[in-house]
Design a protein around this ligand. Structure first.
Ligand SMILES: NC(=O)c1ccc[n+]([C@@H]2O[C@H](COP(=O)([O-])OP(=O)(O)OC[C@H]3O[C@@H](n4cnc5c(N)ncnc54)[C@H](OP(=O)(O)O)[C@@H]3O)[C@@H](O)[C@H]2O)c1
Length: 330
C-alpha cells in the first residue's frame, strides 16, 4: 500500500499523491476562458476541496503558471478557508523559480521571485521551492547559493529541482550539501507514456541520493484517462510525449484490463497507482471535483507485482531528456 513519503527538509511526511495546478488560471494550454468553458474558479474550488477531503494535501504550482495566476488562485482558496475558520495547516505548497537565462543575477532574482510567490500565495514560507529546469546560464554553485540564501532568509523550507538529468541532479545536490542543505525532490515527466526516467536510471539515482521523484503529467495530460482515443483525440496542446493516439489506446486498454481486476478502478487510478508503486509522488492536474475525486481514488489500494510487470511491458519509452528540455513551461 502506498505510504506517506519523507521529503528532506519538511517536518512531516506527505501523502504519496499530490495535485498539479498548471491548469488553474492558465488560459493558453488548458482552456481557462479558452476551449474548456467548464474550467472556472468554482470548478477549481471544488477540485481543491475534494482533494483535501480525500487527504491529498500536496499542491504543485509555479510562478509561470498563468503568469502567477495559479499561485493567486491557491492564495485565494487559502484566504477564503482562513476566513471561514477552516484549518489548512496540513497543506503543503510546492512552487517553482524559472531560471530564465537572462536572470543572470540568479541570487537576487530567486529571492525576489520567492517573495513574489509568497505574496501571491498569501503564506509565510514556501514548503518546497524548485528550480523549474536546468536553463540557467549560471553554475550549479550559483543556483545552490541562491536556494541557500532563500532558505536562510526563511522564505523556503525544502528545496528541489525539475527536469534535471542524473548528472545535473548529482551536481546541484553536492553543491547544496556543501551549504548544509539536502536536495529534496526532482520533478520529472514520468508516466506510462514516458518510462524513460526509470529505464534510463534517473529513478535509481534519485533513490541513491534520497531525492523524491515527483512525477508530472502522470496521466499523460489526460490521454491515460480513457476519455480520449484515436477516434476522439484531446483538444488543445498536449505536447508531452506526443505518441500517435493509436499507441496510447493500447496502453489504456491494458489499464482498463488491470483496473477491472481491482474492483473497477479507472485507467487514471491504475496509471497513478503504477507511479506510486515505483516510489514516485505523482501530481495529476484536476480541473473539477470529479477529476479530483477520481484521481484521489488511486490511494488506499495496490497493484500486484504481476500488474506492475504487465504495465512495465505496456509502457511507452517517451521522449529523450534532450527533447524534454523544450518543455512548455509546464
Ligand atoms: N515541472 C515541469 O516542467 C512540469 C511540466 C508539466 C506539468 N507539471 C506539473 O504536473 C502537473 C500535472 O501535469 P499535467 O497537468 O501536464 O498533466 P496530467 O496531470 O497528466 O493531466 C491533467 C489533465 O488531465 C485531465 N484529467 C485529470 N484528471 C482526470 C480524470 N480523472 N478524468 C479525466 N480527465 C482528467 C484534465 O484535462 P482535460 O479535462 O482538459 O482533459 C487535466 O488538466 C501540472 O499541473 C504541473 O503542476 C510540471
Amino acid at each position: 500500500m502506498s505510504q506517506p513519503l519523507e521529503i528532506a527538509g519538511l517536518a512531516d511526511p506527505v501523502p504519496p499523491l499530490g495535485v498539479g495546478t498548471w491548469a488553474w488560471g492558465d488560459k493558453g494550454t488548458w482552456g481557462m476562458g479558452g476551449y474548456d468553458t467548464d474550467l472556472t474558479t468554482a470548478s477549481i474550488r471544488e477540485a481543491w476541496e475534494a482533494s483535501l477531503a480525500a487527504g491529498v494535501t500536496f499542491f504543485d504550482t509555479a510562478e509561470v503558471y498563468g503568469d502567477g495566476e495559479s499561485e493567486r488562485i491557491i492564495g485565494s482558496m487559502l484566504a477564503d478557508d482562513r476566513s471561514a475558520g477552516t484549518d489548512r495547516s496540513g497543506v503543503v505548497i510546492a512552487t517553482k523559480f524559472m531560471p530564465y537565462p537572462w536572470r543572470f543575477n540568479v541570487r537576487s532574482a530567486l529571492l525576489a521571485s520567492a517573495r513574489a510567490s509568497i505574496d501571491r500565495l498569501g503564506i509565510d514560507r514556501i514548503d518546497l521551492y524548485q528550480i523549474h529546469g536546468p536553463t540557467s546560464l549560471r553554475s550549479h554553485a550559483a543556483l545552490a547559493d541562491a536556494l541557500a540564501a532563500a532558505h536562510e532568509a526563511g522564505l523556503v523550507q525544502a528545496v528541489g529541482v525539475s527536469n534535471y538529468s542524473i548528472k545535473e541532479m548529482a551536481a546541484i545536490a553536492a553543491q547544496l550539501e556543501r551549504r548544509g542543505l539536502r536536495l529534496a525532490t526532482n520533478q520529472i515527466e514520468y508516466s506510462l507514456l514516458r518510462r524513460r526516467p526509470e529505464t534510463g536510471g534517473l529513478l535509481a539515482a534519485c533513490r541513491d541520493l534520497g531525492v523524491v521523484p515527483l512525477a508530472y503529467s502522470p496521466i499523460g495530460q489526460g490521454r491515460l484517462t480513457g476519455k480520449y482515443s484515436a477516434a476522439n483525440p484531446p483538444p488543445g496542446r498536449r505536447g508531452f510525449s506526443a505518441h500517435p493516439m493509436a499507441l496510447v489506446d493500447r496502453v489504456v486498454d491494458e489499464l482498463r484490463r488491470i483496473g477491472a481486476t481491482h474492483g473497477d478502478r479507472t485507467p487514471s487510478q491504475v496509471a497513478l497507482n503504477w507511479l506510486m508503486a515505483k516510489g514516485t509522488l505523482p501530481i495529476p492536474g484536476a480541473k473539477n471535483r470529479k477529476q479530483a475525486e477520481e484521481n484521489a481514488g488511486a490511494l488506499g489500494w495496490s497493484l500486484s507485482d504481476d500488474d506492475v510487470a504487465a504495465l512495465d511491458e505496456a509502457a511507452l519509452e517517451g521522449t529523450s531528456s534532450l527533447q524534454n528540455r523544450f518543455w512548455q513551461h509546464g
